[in-house]
Ligand binder design. Sequence first.
Ligand SMILES: [Zn+2]
Ligand SMILES: [Zn+2]
Length: 176
Amino acid sequence: MTDATLRSREDERAFHEACFEFAATQAQMATCTRARCGAVIVLAGGEGIIGQGFNAPPLGDEANRKCDGVYDLTSKPKSDKTCCIHAEWNAIIDGLSSNPENLIGSTLYFMRVDENGKFTQAGEPYCTVCSRLALQAGISFFALWNDGPQIIPTDEYNDTSYAYHRKTSDSADEAK
Ligand SMILES: [Zn+2]
Ligand SMILES: [Zn+2]
């Protein structure tokens, strides 16, 4: 490997990290009581941010908040037990509202922060609502933080999210 490719890989990683930092600043604005998540959508080629969002009740309105209710969190998917518009949905709506064409080939960066605003591990993809919506919007890559940037083609992200549910429902069946 040449110095040039090494350098460009470092640049690429630094670029991804900056996008996750931006998603983390979005996450810190989240008003959901269950999780603080942020998302940013970056134009194909990395030429700018075209959508951003954090999780919050619909219309940011407390009257629409449902996440203070009591839910059975042992059943999957956990994600849909929250009241809120997911950060990814808000970022996608934001992107679509300015120019739907921009989403074609874009990358969505997702970050959940802890109570101190620090990055957390995303783990395995499981939100099939976000994966389907991202696919339909034309987003090409879903970027997760797992010990560093993990850039996943959206169709693969969608398949992996569905596989997660098959796996967890299989293990639930075995437990019976
Ligand atoms: Zn919520
Ligand atoms: Zn989601």
